[in-house]
Design a protein around this ligand. Structure first.
Ligand SMILES: NC(=O)c1ccc[n+]([C@@H]2O[C@H](COP(=O)([O-])OP(=O)(O)OC[C@H]3O[C@@H](n4cnc5c(N)ncnc54)[C@H](O)[C@@H]3O)[C@@H](O)[C@H]2O)c1
Length: 673
């Protein structure tokens, strides 16, 4: 708890916005995990433009002083973060009543923004990056200050418009409209190559919002632990032989970063053994000190010995290798070590700007090469990817089930010339959505449903856990057999959620539910708020990795086989439809997960405050938010989705969806195509 005077000075700093004086420039804090230096991509004229763009946030009288400082940032870090304007207040999800605001909805958005920038939550907090190496909330600290000021001033008759971190301004709207509309990285399609991000981000006119970074919906690693747990459990059920699930079975992967750090924890919850390579000592330290990874090794022989003991004793345990993933895979191949499941979660959505590290170099050598000799860096990355794929192929030939984990591994390995493509042009390995999450979850409407208790009280989170559990148990009683496993997994998850101790930052929770489950839980929460059983409003949301929110041909929509997976109508329709059905804020992003130009995704936040209006908004919006995607998946002939949308039409007579007529393959037998 902060003292009254601390809270007061926080509120004053928020309402001040961009100050009319130059705050003190603090020394660069090397104890904080900083973003890597970005590519020096701008020419002379463009550098001038970037500086001009940055200076337009400030009174002219400061331009002479700031221009040198900003040029120095551009030269040193490749971006202008405006470090001098970092606020003095502590940034974290405060109890909602501490935010200076005229609108409760706006206050809830401030809370969510601050959570995304909390030092305990964000990957590179000083560079306003929440996760994934480049998933930004804002491009610079002026944008943070200005946005928070607008939110503190706005009423429920205004909407704040956010262009890639830049607050364009407050516009008159109405009480049922979203309070904030966010777009991130929306580009003219031909300007959506990775270097375009480098250039236009350096110019200060766009940003990579990832999925939940620039949409203010990150809840720390809990979200990804849950999704990873569901994925690994189902991979075990479907693809690993034996009756004991993942007991004594080994999952090898890469990455202990923002999202990838969930893999060891999730594998242990699922009962298996995880071996994970991570090159960055700081990332290892973070996850080890949090208890998310059990033991750390720098020597592969010692790791292999420990793995053998764990396998024999069927321990649920996670072992980290501090080093390059390719060294780990090649060691396993050379020493004939059996692996049941394999994947990768290095940040290959961003292969040439620090997301993936080449074998044979230290982290420091790689970072220097990336900035000083990007061409050589690219060659090293590509040859590493070829070796990476070759080692995976070798273990696959001995029975390992390998899946792409939505980080663009297969895509980038194929672009690097790795042996990863079948004769018919398809990838040798499925994405986890094709084999697991698509048919088992998304096509039935099961996807992420998260909530944040804005009081910041553990008692509220506990009460909400109990309510969600009761709703799911009730739904399970008459559930069709097709979705019983999903309900069972999520009932077990919510029963163990507090024990798993996954809350970092705001008092948040996640589970997977279908449209009906999401609506029923929301209604029950709203009632509990009205009755005082939950002491303050609750923010609802989800990540973008969902049924309808994301068009991503190698990930969320990789199990769409009618050719439409390269279209993005679903995600755009979702964003628009959520906006006019009652979302408190909506967001639409280019990039996220698999990379700039590779995906369009959208999300929402919705504040439940115990009123009948918020219940109505939640029902209308959630129904659309899930059924949009089921209808599209059903049109793509996915049989699980046809089942789910037919059920939804029975439950809701106002829903009328165009269903596909299935075509017999024999129809084409006599055709000369
Ligand atoms: N499928 C999903 O549900 C899902 C969810 C979240 C993230 N992702 C994707 O997974 C990737 C990782 O996300 P993140 O937030 O953890 O990113 P991150 O950048 O925080 O973490 C990746 C980690 O991989 C390490 N690494 C990179 N190359 C390595 C190498 N060659 N050897 C050893 N370690 C190496 C990095 O040091 C870093 O710590 C992203 O591409 C993201 O989009 C997928």
């Amino acid at each position: 708890m902060e003292t009254v005077s601390k809270i007061k000075s926080f509120q004053e700093e928020i309402t001040e916005g961009i100050p009319e004086y130059l705050p003190e420039l603090l020394a660069y804090d090397s104890n904080v995990n900083h973003a890597p230096k970005r590519k020096d991509i701008l020419n002379h004229q463009e550098k001038k433009l970037a500086l001009k763009n940055a200076l337009r946030y400030f009174n002219k009288k400061f331009h002479a002083a700031l221009v040198k400082e900003f040029l120095n940032e551009l030269k040193t870090y490749g971006r202008i973060y405006m470090y001098r304007f970092m606020p003095t207040h502590k940034i974290y999800a405060r109890p909602i009543e501490e935010y200076p605001a005229k609108s409760k909805q706006a206050a809830s958005i401030m809370l969510m923004i601050q959570n995304n920038l909390d030092h305990a939550v964000a990957q590179h907090p000083h560079e306003l990056i929440t996760y994934g190496g480049n998933g930004a909330v804002f491009q610079n600290w002026a944008q943070y200050r200005l946005t928070m000021k607008y939110l503190s001033e706005m009423t429920d008759e205004q909407t704040l418009v956010m262009y890639s971190g830049h607050p364009l301004g407050l516009f008159p709207s109405h009480t049922q409209a979203p309070r904030v509309v966010v777009t991130n990285g929306m580009m003219i399609p031909n300007y959506s190559k990775p270097n375009d991000w480098e250039k236009y981000n350096a110019l200060g006119v766009t940003q990579y919002g990832q999925m939940t970074a620039g949409s203010y919906m990150y809840i720390g690693p809990q979200g990804i632990v849950h999704g990873t747990c569901i994925t690994i459990m189902n991979a075990g059920r479907k693809f690993v032989k034996g009756r004991d699930g993942l007991k004594g079975k080994v999952f090898v992967t890469c990455g202990l970063g923002g999202m990838s750090g969930a893999q060891p924890k999730a594998t242990v919850i699922a009962g298996g053994i995880c071996v994970v390579a991570e090159i960055n000592e700081k990332a290892i330290h973070t996850r080890h000190s949090q208890g998310w990874v059990d033991e750390v090794f720098t020597n592969l022989d010692e790791l292999a010995k420990r793995l053998q003991t764990a396998r024999t004793a069927q321990e649920a345990i996670s072992l980290a290798y501090q080093g390059n993933i390719v060294d780990l895979w090649e060691y396993f191949v050379k020493n004939n070590i059996q692996v049941e499941l394999g994947s990768d979660q290095s940040s290959l959505h961003n292969p040439y700007a620090g997301g993936y590290y080449p074998v044979g170099f230290t982290l420091e050598e790689s970072n220097a090469m990336m900035a000083e000799n990007p061409e050589q860096f690219k060659r090293e990355i590509q040859s590493t990817l070829r070796r990476h794929a070759a080692a995976v192929n070798s273990l696959h030939s001995k029975g390992m089930y390998f899946f792409d984990y939505g980080n663009a591994f297969l895509l980038e390995a194929s672009r690097a010339g790795a042996d990863i493509i079948n004769e018919d042009g398809t990838f040798k390995y499925p994405s986890y959505v094709q084999d697991i999450l698509g048919p088992l979850c998304f096509d039935y409407g099961f996807g992420p449903f998260r909530w944040v208790c804005t009081s910041g009280k553990i008692e509220d989170l506990r009460a909400s856990d109990k309510i969600a559990e009761e709703v799911l148990i009730e739904l399970r009683k008459n559930a069709p057999s097709e979705i019983q496993q999903q309900l069972d997994d999520n009932i077990r998850w919510i029963q163990q959620a507090e024990k798993n101790n996954l809350v970092v930052g705001s008092k948040a929770r996640i589970l997977y539910a279908d449209a009906n489950g999401r609506m029923q839980i929301s209604i029950a929460f709203n009632k509990a708020i009205a009755q005082g059983k939950i002491s303050a409003p609750v923010v609802l949301g989800r990540d973008h990795h969902d049924v309808s929110g994301t068009d991503s041909p190698y990930r969320e929509t990789s199990n769409i086989y009618d050719g439409s997976r390269f279209t993005a109508d679903m995600a755009v329709q979702n964003f628009v439809g959520d906006a006019f059905r009652g979302a408190t804020w909506v967001s639409l992003h280019n990039g996220g997960g698999v990379g700039w130009g590779e995906v369009i995704n959208g999300g929402f936040g919705l504040l439940l405050d115990g009123t009948i209006e918020s219940e109505n908004r939640a029902k209308k919006m959630l129904f659309w938010d899930v059924n949009n995607g089921i209808a599209r998946r059903s049109w793509a002939r996915n049989k699980e989705a046809v089942f789910a949308i037919e059920q939804a039409m029975i439950d809701e007579p106002l829903l009328k969806v165009t269903l596909p007529n299935l075509v017999d393959d024999a129809t084409f037998d006599t055709l000369n195509l």
